[in-house]
Write a protein that binds this ligand. Structure first.
Ligand code: 13P
Length: 340
Protein backbone atom coordinates (compact mmCIF):
# COMPACT_ATOMS: atom_id res chain seq x y z
CA UNK A 1 0.00 0.00 0.00
CA UNK A 2 1.40 3.37 -1.05
CA UNK A 3 -0.27 5.84 1.29
CA UNK A 4 0.60 8.90 -0.76
CA UNK A 5 -0.91 7.44 -3.93
CA UNK A 6 -4.11 6.51 -2.07
CA UNK A 7 -4.36 10.01 -0.65
CA UNK A 8 -3.79 11.52 -4.09
CA UNK A 9 -6.59 9.42 -5.59
CA UNK A 10 -8.95 10.43 -2.77
CA UNK A 11 -8.05 14.10 -3.24
CA UNK A 12 -8.58 13.88 -7.01
CA UNK A 13 -12.06 12.37 -6.53
CA UNK A 14 -13.26 15.31 -4.45
CA UNK A 15 -11.24 18.07 -6.15
CA UNK A 16 -12.76 21.22 -7.63
CA UNK A 17 -16.52 21.12 -7.47
CA UNK A 18 -16.85 17.71 -9.06
CA UNK A 19 -18.48 14.64 -7.60
CA UNK A 20 -19.04 10.96 -8.27
CA UNK A 21 -21.59 9.37 -10.54
CA UNK A 22 -22.84 6.04 -9.24
CA UNK A 23 -23.79 3.86 -12.23
CA UNK A 24 -23.21 0.59 -10.42
CA UNK A 25 -26.72 -0.77 -10.04
CA UNK A 26 -26.67 -4.54 -9.87
CA UNK A 27 -28.48 -6.25 -12.75
CA UNK A 28 -31.49 -6.77 -10.47
CA UNK A 29 -31.70 -3.11 -9.45
CA UNK A 30 -31.05 -1.83 -12.97
CA UNK A 31 -33.74 -4.14 -14.33
CA UNK A 32 -36.17 -2.87 -11.68
CA UNK A 33 -35.54 0.73 -12.81
CA UNK A 34 -35.95 -0.34 -16.47
CA UNK A 35 -39.18 -2.23 -15.73
CA UNK A 36 -40.73 0.87 -14.14
CA UNK A 37 -40.20 2.72 -17.45
CA UNK A 38 -41.09 -0.16 -19.77
CA UNK A 39 -37.49 -0.66 -20.93
CA UNK A 40 -36.57 -4.27 -21.81
CA UNK A 41 -34.48 -5.84 -19.05
CA UNK A 42 -31.64 -7.33 -21.07
CA UNK A 43 -27.86 -7.10 -21.07
CA UNK A 44 -28.00 -5.25 -24.40
CA UNK A 45 -30.25 -2.51 -22.97
CA UNK A 46 -28.10 -2.22 -19.84
CA UNK A 47 -25.09 -1.87 -22.15
CA UNK A 48 -26.87 0.82 -24.21
CA UNK A 49 -27.77 2.75 -21.05
CA UNK A 50 -24.27 2.63 -19.64
CA UNK A 51 -22.83 3.52 -23.06
CA UNK A 52 -25.19 6.49 -23.21
CA UNK A 53 -23.89 7.70 -19.85
CA UNK A 54 -20.22 7.10 -20.66
CA UNK A 55 -20.44 8.92 -24.01
CA UNK A 56 -22.24 11.99 -22.65
CA UNK A 57 -20.15 14.85 -24.08
CA UNK A 58 -18.27 16.86 -21.45
CA UNK A 59 -19.44 14.86 -18.43
CA UNK A 60 -15.87 14.95 -17.07
CA UNK A 61 -16.33 18.67 -16.44
CA UNK A 62 -18.54 17.86 -13.46
CA UNK A 63 -17.86 14.21 -12.68
CA UNK A 64 -14.55 13.11 -11.16
CA UNK A 65 -15.24 9.38 -10.83
CA UNK A 66 -17.82 6.86 -12.01
CA UNK A 67 -18.71 3.76 -10.00
CA UNK A 68 -19.30 0.79 -12.30
CA UNK A 69 -20.93 -2.58 -11.82
CA UNK A 70 -18.87 -5.71 -12.62
CA UNK A 71 -20.88 -6.29 -15.82
CA UNK A 72 -20.08 -2.78 -17.07
CA UNK A 73 -16.33 -2.82 -16.44
CA UNK A 74 -16.10 -5.85 -18.73
CA UNK A 75 -18.60 -4.54 -21.27
CA UNK A 76 -17.90 -3.19 -24.73
CA UNK A 77 -19.68 -0.39 -26.57
CA UNK A 78 -21.44 -1.16 -29.83
CA UNK A 79 -18.22 -0.22 -31.68
CA UNK A 80 -16.31 -2.95 -29.81
CA UNK A 81 -14.27 -0.70 -27.47
CA UNK A 82 -14.56 -0.93 -23.70
CA UNK A 83 -17.01 1.37 -21.90
CA UNK A 84 -14.40 1.89 -19.18
CA UNK A 85 -11.96 3.32 -21.74
CA UNK A 86 -14.54 5.91 -22.78
CA UNK A 87 -14.82 6.99 -19.16
CA UNK A 88 -11.05 7.26 -18.73
CA UNK A 89 -10.77 9.26 -21.95
CA UNK A 90 -13.21 11.80 -20.52
CA UNK A 91 -10.86 12.29 -17.55
CA UNK A 92 -13.16 10.36 -15.18
CA UNK A 93 -11.60 7.89 -12.73
CA UNK A 94 -13.28 4.47 -12.92
CA UNK A 95 -14.46 2.86 -9.70
CA UNK A 96 -16.09 -0.50 -9.04
CA UNK A 97 -18.81 -1.82 -6.76
CA UNK A 98 -17.34 -4.88 -5.06
CA UNK A 99 -19.93 -5.96 -2.50
CA UNK A 100 -22.16 -8.79 -3.66
CA UNK A 101 -25.32 -7.39 -2.16
CA UNK A 102 -27.20 -7.00 1.11
CA UNK A 103 -28.72 -10.33 2.22
CA UNK A 104 -31.21 -11.08 5.03
CA UNK A 105 -29.26 -11.31 8.30
CA UNK A 106 -29.78 -14.65 10.02
CA UNK A 107 -31.60 -14.25 13.33
CA UNK A 108 -32.48 -10.60 12.74
CA UNK A 109 -35.81 -10.21 10.92
CA UNK A 110 -35.98 -7.14 8.70
CA UNK A 111 -32.23 -6.52 8.79
CA UNK A 112 -29.55 -7.10 6.18
CA UNK A 113 -25.85 -7.85 6.12
CA UNK A 114 -23.77 -7.02 3.07
CA UNK A 115 -21.71 -9.87 1.63
CA UNK A 116 -18.68 -10.05 -0.63
CA UNK A 117 -15.51 -10.47 1.45
CA UNK A 118 -14.71 -13.97 0.16
CA UNK A 119 -12.26 -13.72 -2.73
CA UNK A 120 -12.29 -9.93 -2.50
CA UNK A 121 -8.48 -9.57 -2.50
CA UNK A 122 -8.24 -11.36 -5.87
CA UNK A 123 -11.14 -9.39 -7.38
CA UNK A 124 -9.61 -6.08 -6.27
CA UNK A 125 -6.28 -6.97 -7.90
CA UNK A 126 -8.10 -7.81 -11.13
CA UNK A 127 -10.09 -4.55 -11.09
CA UNK A 128 -6.93 -2.56 -10.43
CA UNK A 129 -5.39 -4.09 -13.58
CA UNK A 130 -8.52 -3.07 -15.51
CA UNK A 131 -8.03 0.57 -14.50
CA UNK A 132 -10.21 0.93 -11.39
CA UNK A 133 -8.70 3.19 -8.74
CA UNK A 134 -11.50 3.19 -6.22
CA UNK A 135 -14.22 0.84 -5.02
CA UNK A 136 -17.58 0.89 -3.28
CA UNK A 137 -19.28 -1.27 -0.65
CA UNK A 138 -22.81 -0.46 0.53
CA UNK A 139 -24.28 -1.52 3.85
CA UNK A 140 -27.97 -0.86 4.49
CA UNK A 141 -29.50 -0.05 7.85
CA UNK A 142 -33.30 -0.02 8.10
CA UNK A 143 -35.21 1.92 10.76
CA UNK A 144 -38.48 0.53 12.19
CA UNK A 145 -40.00 -2.30 14.25
CA UNK A 146 -37.31 -1.89 16.90
CA UNK A 147 -34.55 -1.95 14.30
CA UNK A 148 -31.72 -1.38 13.77
CA UNK A 149 -30.11 -3.71 16.30
CA UNK A 150 -26.57 -3.27 17.57
CA UNK A 151 -25.77 -6.65 16.03
CA UNK A 152 -26.71 -5.44 12.56
CA UNK A 153 -24.84 -2.16 12.86
CA UNK A 154 -21.70 -3.81 14.21
CA UNK A 155 -21.65 -6.67 11.69
CA UNK A 156 -22.03 -4.26 8.77
CA UNK A 157 -19.44 -1.84 10.17
CA UNK A 158 -16.96 -4.68 10.58
CA UNK A 159 -17.50 -5.84 6.99
CA UNK A 160 -17.10 -2.26 5.71
CA UNK A 161 -13.81 -1.91 7.59
CA UNK A 162 -12.42 -5.23 6.36
CA UNK A 163 -13.39 -4.29 2.81
CA UNK A 164 -11.72 -0.89 3.22
CA UNK A 165 -8.47 -2.47 4.48
CA UNK A 166 -8.37 -4.87 1.51
CA UNK A 167 -9.00 -2.01 -0.94
CA UNK A 168 -6.12 0.02 0.44
CA UNK A 169 -3.82 -3.00 0.30
CA UNK A 170 -4.69 -3.31 -3.41
CA UNK A 171 -4.16 0.42 -4.09
CA UNK A 172 -7.83 1.34 -4.42
CA UNK A 173 -9.56 4.07 -2.43
CA UNK A 174 -12.54 2.54 -0.60
CA UNK A 175 -15.82 4.41 -0.71
CA UNK A 176 -17.40 3.42 2.59
CA UNK A 177 -21.18 3.53 2.31
CA UNK A 178 -23.28 2.85 5.40
CA UNK A 179 -26.77 3.83 4.19
CA UNK A 180 -29.51 4.50 6.71
CA UNK A 181 -32.59 3.95 4.54
CA UNK A 182 -35.33 6.54 4.02
CA UNK A 183 -38.20 4.03 4.20
CA UNK A 184 -40.25 4.30 7.39
CA UNK A 185 -42.24 6.76 9.48
CA UNK A 186 -39.36 7.80 11.74
CA UNK A 187 -38.73 11.49 12.28
CA UNK A 188 -35.67 13.62 11.58
CA UNK A 189 -34.29 13.16 15.11
CA UNK A 190 -34.51 9.36 14.88
CA UNK A 191 -32.61 9.41 11.56
CA UNK A 192 -30.06 11.72 13.19
CA UNK A 193 -29.54 9.39 16.16
CA UNK A 194 -29.23 6.22 14.06
CA UNK A 195 -26.94 7.85 11.50
CA UNK A 196 -24.74 9.11 14.33
CA UNK A 197 -24.60 5.67 15.97
CA UNK A 198 -23.85 3.96 12.66
CA UNK A 199 -21.06 6.39 11.73
CA UNK A 200 -19.42 6.19 15.15
CA UNK A 201 -19.47 2.37 14.92
CA UNK A 202 -18.06 2.43 11.39
CA UNK A 203 -15.18 4.70 12.38
CA UNK A 204 -14.45 2.57 15.44
CA UNK A 205 -14.13 -0.46 13.13
CA UNK A 206 -12.07 1.43 10.54
CA UNK A 207 -9.68 2.39 13.32
CA UNK A 208 -9.49 -1.23 14.57
CA UNK A 209 -8.72 -2.48 11.05
CA UNK A 210 -5.88 0.04 10.55
CA UNK A 211 -7.60 1.85 7.70
CA UNK A 212 -5.94 5.07 6.57
CA UNK A 213 -8.72 7.65 6.94
CA UNK A 214 -7.11 10.13 4.54
CA UNK A 215 -7.35 7.41 1.89
CA UNK A 216 -11.09 6.73 2.11
CA UNK A 217 -14.25 8.55 1.08
CA UNK A 218 -17.37 8.28 3.23
CA UNK A 219 -20.66 7.93 1.38
CA UNK A 220 -23.39 8.63 3.91
CA UNK A 221 -27.11 9.30 3.72
CA UNK A 222 -28.42 12.77 4.40
CA UNK A 223 -30.26 13.10 7.71
CA UNK A 224 -33.96 13.26 6.80
CA UNK A 225 -37.30 12.15 8.18
CA UNK A 226 -38.55 8.78 6.87
CA UNK A 227 -40.60 8.84 3.69
CA UNK A 228 -43.80 8.05 5.59
CA UNK A 229 -43.20 10.57 8.39
CA UNK A 230 -45.94 13.22 8.41
CA UNK A 231 -43.66 15.86 9.85
CA UNK A 232 -41.57 16.91 6.86
CA UNK A 233 -38.30 18.83 7.21
CA UNK A 234 -37.30 21.93 5.27
CA UNK A 235 -34.22 21.98 3.04
CA UNK A 236 -32.37 24.01 5.67
CA UNK A 237 -33.37 21.64 8.47
CA UNK A 238 -32.02 18.65 6.52
CA UNK A 239 -28.78 20.51 5.74
CA UNK A 240 -28.31 21.59 9.37
CA UNK A 241 -29.06 18.15 10.85
CA UNK A 242 -26.83 16.40 8.33
CA UNK A 243 -23.81 18.62 8.92
CA UNK A 244 -24.25 18.59 12.70
CA UNK A 245 -24.42 14.79 12.65
CA UNK A 246 -21.30 14.46 10.48
CA UNK A 247 -19.34 16.98 12.53
CA UNK A 248 -19.87 14.92 15.67
CA UNK A 249 -19.21 11.50 14.15
CA UNK A 250 -16.72 11.79 11.26
CA UNK A 251 -13.01 12.36 11.98
CA UNK A 252 -11.41 15.37 10.32
CA UNK A 253 -8.79 13.11 8.69
CA UNK A 254 -11.34 11.53 6.33
CA UNK A 255 -10.51 12.27 2.67
CA UNK A 256 -13.99 13.43 1.74
CA UNK A 257 -17.73 13.02 2.06
CA UNK A 258 -19.77 12.07 -1.00
CA UNK A 259 -23.49 11.72 -0.33
CA UNK A 260 -25.82 9.11 -1.75
CA UNK A 261 -29.22 10.40 -2.87
CA UNK A 262 -31.28 7.56 -1.41
CA UNK A 263 -34.33 8.07 -3.63
CA UNK A 264 -34.58 11.86 -3.40
CA UNK A 265 -35.45 13.65 -6.63
CA UNK A 266 -32.59 15.24 -8.52
CA UNK A 267 -33.75 18.74 -7.55
CA UNK A 268 -34.13 17.87 -3.86
CA UNK A 269 -30.70 16.26 -3.65
CA UNK A 270 -29.11 19.32 -5.32
CA UNK A 271 -31.00 21.69 -3.00
CA UNK A 272 -29.87 19.83 0.13
CA UNK A 273 -26.23 19.69 -0.97
CA UNK A 274 -26.41 23.38 -1.85
CA UNK A 275 -27.84 24.37 1.54
CA UNK A 276 -25.06 22.50 3.33
CA UNK A 277 -22.50 24.66 1.54
CA UNK A 278 -24.40 27.93 1.83
CA UNK A 279 -25.04 27.52 5.56
CA UNK A 280 -22.03 25.56 6.81
CA UNK A 281 -19.19 26.09 4.37
CA UNK A 282 -16.78 27.59 6.92
CA UNK A 283 -17.32 24.71 9.37
CA UNK A 284 -16.80 21.79 7.00
CA UNK A 285 -13.80 19.64 7.93
CA UNK A 286 -13.69 17.72 4.64
CA UNK A 287 -14.62 18.30 1.00
CA UNK A 288 -18.36 17.58 0.81
CA UNK A 289 -19.74 16.42 -2.52
CA UNK A 290 -22.14 14.03 -4.23
CA UNK A 291 -22.07 10.39 -5.29
CA UNK A 292 -25.60 10.13 -6.62
CA UNK A 293 -27.13 7.36 -8.70
CA UNK A 294 -30.86 8.00 -8.97
CA UNK A 295 -30.63 11.78 -8.45
CA UNK A 296 -28.41 12.05 -11.54
CA UNK A 297 -29.61 9.17 -13.71
CA UNK A 298 -33.35 8.99 -13.17
CA UNK A 299 -34.48 12.11 -15.09
CA UNK A 300 -32.29 11.08 -18.03
CA UNK A 301 -33.52 7.50 -17.97
CA UNK A 302 -37.12 8.75 -18.07
CA UNK A 303 -36.26 10.68 -21.24
CA UNK A 304 -34.40 7.78 -22.86
CA UNK A 305 -36.90 4.96 -22.21
CA UNK A 306 -34.77 2.58 -24.25
CA UNK A 307 -35.23 4.57 -27.49
CA UNK A 308 -32.10 5.37 -29.52
CA UNK A 309 -33.80 8.52 -30.86
CA UNK A 310 -33.95 9.94 -27.32
CA UNK A 311 -30.25 9.42 -26.63
CA UNK A 312 -29.10 12.98 -27.23
CA UNK A 313 -31.85 14.52 -25.10
CA UNK A 314 -31.22 11.99 -22.31
CA UNK A 315 -27.52 12.88 -22.34
CA UNK A 316 -28.45 16.54 -22.01
CA UNK A 317 -30.61 15.61 -19.00
CA UNK A 318 -27.74 13.75 -17.39
CA UNK A 319 -25.30 16.59 -18.05
CA UNK A 320 -27.78 19.07 -16.59
CA UNK A 321 -28.08 17.19 -13.29
CA UNK A 322 -24.31 16.85 -12.99
CA UNK A 323 -23.99 20.59 -13.66
CA UNK A 324 -26.60 21.40 -10.98
CA UNK A 325 -24.76 19.22 -8.45
CA UNK A 326 -21.46 20.89 -9.30
CA UNK A 327 -23.15 24.25 -8.65
CA UNK A 328 -24.58 22.91 -5.37
CA UNK A 329 -21.04 22.13 -4.21
CA UNK A 330 -20.26 25.81 -4.61
CA UNK A 331 -23.49 26.85 -2.89
CA UNK A 332 -24.57 28.40 -6.20
CA UNK A 333 -27.44 26.10 -7.17
CA UNK A 334 -30.81 27.79 -7.63
CA UNK A 335 -34.17 26.48 -8.80
CA UNK A 336 -33.79 28.88 -11.74
CA UNK A 337 -31.12 26.51 -13.09
CA UNK A 338 -33.86 23.92 -13.59
CA UNK A 339 -35.73 26.23 -15.96
CA UNK A 340 -32.69 27.25 -17.98
P1 13P B 1 -28.63 6.62 -4.85
O1 13P B 1 -27.97 7.96 -5.06
O2 13P B 1 -29.67 6.28 -5.86
O3 13P B 1 -29.06 6.42 -3.43
O4 13P B 1 -27.51 5.53 -5.09
C1 13P B 1 -26.28 5.71 -4.52
C2 13P B 1 -25.62 4.41 -4.45
O5 13P B 1 -24.54 4.27 -4.94
C3 13P B 1 -26.30 3.33 -3.77
O6 13P B 1 -25.37 2.36 -3.43
Amino acid sequence: MDKQILIQIAISLVAGNKGLLAMDESNGTCNKRFAALGIPQTEAYRRDWRELIATTPGLGKYISGAILFAETIHQKKKDGTLIVNEIITDGIVPGIKVDTGAKPMAGFPGEKITEGLDGLRERLNEYYKMGARFAKWRAVIAIGNGNPTRACIEANANALARYAALCQEAGLVPVVEPEVLMEGDHDLQRCFDITDQVLLTVFDQLYLQNVLLEGILLKPNMVMPGLQCKQRASVNEVADATIQCLLQSVPAAVGGIAFLSGGQSGEMASAHLNAMHVRHWSKLLWPVTFSFARAIQQPAMSIWRGEGNNKHEAQQGLYHRAKCDDAARRGEYTSAMEKA
